[in-house]
Design a protein around this ligand. Sequence first.
Ligand SMILES: Nc1nc2c(c(=O)[nH]1)N[C@H]1C(S)=C(S)[C@@H](COP(=O)(O)O)O[C@H]1N2
Ligand SMILES: [Mo]
Length: 409
Amino acid sequence: MSGRKAPGKARAGARTRLTALAPGARFPTGLRVGPLRDGAFRGRLHDARTAVSVGRLAGCALVTCFVTGLVSHYLQQPPGWAVDALPSRPVWGYRVTQGLHVACGIAAIPLVLAKLWTVYPRLFAWPPLRSVAHALERLSIAVLVAVTLLQLATGLLNTAQWYPWPWNFRPAHWALAWVMVGALALHIAVKAPVIAAHWGRRSPGTLRLPAADGPDRRAFLATVGAAVGAVTLTTAGQSFTPLKDLDVLAPRHPDHGPQHLPVNRTAAAAGISPARLAGYRLSVRGPRPYELSLEQLRALPQHSVVLPVACVEGWSENAHWSGVRIRDLLDHAGAPRGATLRVVSLQKGGAYSVMEMGAHYARDPLTLLALRLNGAPLSLDHGFPARIIAPNRPGVLQTKWVATLEVLT
Ligand SMILES: Nc1nc2c(c(=O)[nH]1)N[C@H]1C(S)=C(S)[C@@H](COP(=O)(O)O)O[C@H]1N2
Ligand SMILES: [Mo]
């Protein structure tokens, strides 16, 4: 008997392997225990309608993150042809897009977790693989889930400036954003019929619902909504200042810092000491190069502007700045009108010690070499003796401790 059984088993095994990807493949039914058994998951909370209700919100949050992320990337690192096309208005543009980027990323965390909880029974769908197309679809979902969780987790840690990984955050976040949005587009395309069937209130899908097996869908959606509301209300105040009194979970409070403005990198962290500033002179290099002491800078016509520092990490705050217009300094050096400007900090090394700005920014009447902040001379941490403040720019480009302005021709 056993002699006949063994080859039979082997044949069945071989057939399973060979036909695993063919339509109608039969997997060993002995495996159908626990979550794999028929009807292991029933009820509204794991059905397609709940998946669509939560999924579309998660999708909106992720797409908003992607689009605002594109804006942030191109403002920080414009390709050559775009340098002169980037607009310096509206002055609050980057503040809004980056505030949205971080707020939607934070809101996406409970949304994506809720969506995963709703659909996790599909991990145990039977048969596990129906066809090559089905295998590819499952693979694409695995990629989507993995990349999205990685983006949200590392993005969140970045808002706290905590980098417990060996790779450079920015290029990785940028590359993975494209993988995420591609996998998301594929997922939406594959699921389009299900999404369409369950989008509206009276979609046919709702007529075929199994009985509820626990809290009702409304209660579930309300809980997800409350979680999103809670994380948003307690963090959005870091950039949306009307909510700043509720800002208890964000790493930054827009008012906490010297001169009522947060500091991202302190002078000590940047290697700037009062001793290094002794004998400070601003050097302007162009067709007619010159140097100015701090007293001479203070003696030039001063202009006041209200502009935000909008940090890529999600906090932002308006402040009153005054100082010398960059365009006046450039005119004095004989710079051509369309020239790009390179700004070099006293800081040695570090990604933000050298910055370039296109003519739109450099010529904007609001772009200053600021000497004062909120009614007092810049503190050392805010960039004393002189720093850049320009409209609609990521905080990383608002260079502190400016030593040199260089006209690029
Ligand atoms: N030289 C120099 N300038 C810099 C930085 C830096 O690290 N070095 N950090 C930038 C970043 S990331 C931000 S958000 C703003 C913050 O300005 P604040 O510290 O005055 O608020 O400064 C920018 N200017
Ligand atoms: Mo920043």
